[in-house]
Design a protein around this ligand. Sequence first.
Ligand code: PHB
Length: 248
Amino acid sequence: MARSDSGESVLERIVRILECFTPEAPALAVTEIARRADLPPATASRLVAELVGHGLLVRDDRRLRVGTRLWELAARASSFLSLRETAMPVLEDLHRTIAQHAQLGVLDGDEVLFVERLSADHAVINLTRIAARLPLHASSSGLVLLAFASTTLQERVLARPLAGFTRNTITDAGVLRARLAEVRDRGVALCPGYIHLDATGVAVPVRDPGGHVVAAVSVVVPNDGEAARTVPALTEAARRIRARLGTS
Ligand code: PHB
């Protein structure tokens, strides 16, 4: 693979360029891309032109955006998207029942990646976005996915500093270890005020027909002491998704 003078591959640089685009920064000038990706402007400009040539970035006035071609390539063989498609009718029913946020998250690396989120007008504040991530120890989906993950991953997370979002986030490894055992035992994670003090996340595991946990289905509701009422609807949603996975 072609390498620059710094020993970095072209692919590494391209990934850094693509990572510059976020929900907060969906359109960027080349100078901004160069700054964010820590690349010389001439290099950024050349690589951006190549990406535009392949449709992976598109020009919008004087700025660049992620091209639909990139979405197309990523989406057409994604196992996460086929899981999302299978789960969607169930998630929609859950969303209608709860009238707050309903979401589907999967384990990706050491984080939870949200593949779908349905929201409602006037719903409680929610930091989750589709195609965005939260740490495993801090969110209800994350706790569920971590509780049923390999012990290697669990130990890696437990050995690291646990960042606090609010005063309620679990930041102590001993407390986290005990919570993971409880989540495995009860099959649900309830996280009042862990990410934001006004919201409670509630998540349950989604299993495939073989019994492996493949996702977490969750809701984000007000932090008013009533969140546990959502558990039967969540459990039923997880059961239905599992059944649909068996026939898809
Ligand atoms: C959660 O899953 O615990 C969660 C996620 C996002 C929020 C609040 C709670 O904004």
